[in-house]
Design a protein around this ligand. Structure first.
Ligand code: TXA
Ligand code: MG
Length: 343
């Protein structure tokens, strides 16, 4: 299958490109499109055959449910029941935006594979002009996981999608680089106290200001059997080919580590721009170390860049866990499989 890329950047007249994408989706095909978080791989969420193509294209385990994307807030009642006051407040405050709400699913509406047998569904309204235009033209819900091969970092550029899925999917809508760069916050609002199943751009502090106390389990707590979790969080994630090790953002420590590793390794260093002069074999910048938004936007591109080198080990500097730092560290810890470099 040939994969064509359609440019939908704001400077071109792109109505024809949307029509092509909508036609493909209506014909049961899958299409990659940008959102404000990462690129998604969409299929009409009520079409089981189409949804199955997503799992095949990604190599995704069938027990990992998909997020349903909607183009208007009103649609939420078509696919869910028991919409609580907490859910209502979240939608008002954060939609459109990078917040997925896990709610009770309305039976027999969505394709069964979307929910992977659960009685809940994750729903969000994305805050990206291309995603919204696509959804509002299609007038149907789109089931869409991140548009990467399973296990790889999520795509923040159309070329990342192309690298992973060329000749496997028919079409990529290219809307340039995504803004946030990390996947949405997943919040389970079916529980008495809402639980963050995956940290993202909408932080615990932002949620608590609107709905009161929210539980955010650490990676350690998530290992405990009784802790609620997103089925997807048990799989290896966000990982480049070479092993990743976390390291403190300290020049002396990094220089010592590189001196130790150099005789046997090609070292890639992922670190903020003020670490640029350190002599690793490869260096990819996280941007300004005081700007967590910049770091989250550049993290996946930096991780993916390592795969284009012959680096045999990757050192990635840790960041603070303030604000979106929680989400950055969550992804870095997963990419590293929890490993820290020890001198
Ligand atoms: O920002 C995002 O959320 C992107 C864009 C494309 O919208 N999508 C995304 O989808 O990251 P995906 O499939 O890569 O991650 C969805 C996560 C998985 O960890 C999955 O297990 C969890 O959400 N999830 C989905 N439905 C769920 C449910 N009913 N209950 C618990 N977790 C759920
Ligand atoms: Mg994903």
């Amino acid at each position: 299958m040939h994969t064509f890329q359609l440019n939908v950047d704001e400077f071109v007249d792109n109505s024809e490109n949307y029509t092509q994408a909508v036609d493909l989706l209506n014909n049961g095909e899958i299409v990659a499109f940008p959102t404000e978080t990462v690129y998604g791989l969409g299929a009409v969420a009520t079409n089981e055959q189409a949804v199955k193509k997503i799992f095949a294209a990604k190599g995704r385990p069938s027990d990992n449910p998909l997020i349903v994307h909607i183009g208007t807030v009103e649609e939420v009642s078509l696919y869910t029941t028991n919409i609580s006051e907490v859910a209502q407040k979240c939608m008002e405050a954060f939609w459109p935006g990078p917040l997925t709400l896990v709610m009770d699913v309305k039976p027999n509406v969505l394709a069964p594979s979307v929910t992977a047998g659960l009685d809940t569904v994750g729903i969000r309204m994305p805050d990206h002009p291309v995603a919204l235009e696509l959804l509002q033209t299609l007038k149907k819900p789109l089931a869409a996981p991140s548009a990467n091969r399973s296990g790889k970092p999520s795509p923040t550029k159309a070329e990342h999608v192309f690298e992973d899925l060329q000749n496997i999917i028919p079409c990529i809508l290219d809307g340039g680089m995504t803004g946030i760069g990390l996947e949405s916050t997943v919040l389970d609002v079916t529980l008495d106290t809402p639980v963050i199943l995956r940290p993202g751009g909408v932080t615990k502090e932002m949620l608590e200001a609107v709905i009161g106390p929210v539980v955010e389990p650490s990676l350690e707590q998530q290992k405990i059997e009784s802790t609620p979790k997103a089925p997807g969080m048990k799989y290896t994630h966000y990982a480049p080919d070479a092993p990743v090790y976390l390291i403190e953002a300290n020049k002396k420590a990094i220089e010592t580590a590189i001196a130790e590793l150099k005789p046997v390794h090609k070292v890639a260093l992922l670190a903020p721009q003020n670490f640029e002069e350190i002599e690793a074999d490869y260096y990819f910048s996280f941007g300004n170390e005081h700007d967590l938004e910049q770091m989250s936007a550049s993290l996946y591109d930096a991780l993916r860049s390592c795969d284009k080198t012959d680096a045999t080990i990757i050192l990635a500097t840790a960041t603070s866990k303030n604000g979106v730092g929680t989400a950055i560290m969550n992804r870095l810890e997963k990419a590293a499989g929890g490993k820290w470099y020890s001198l």
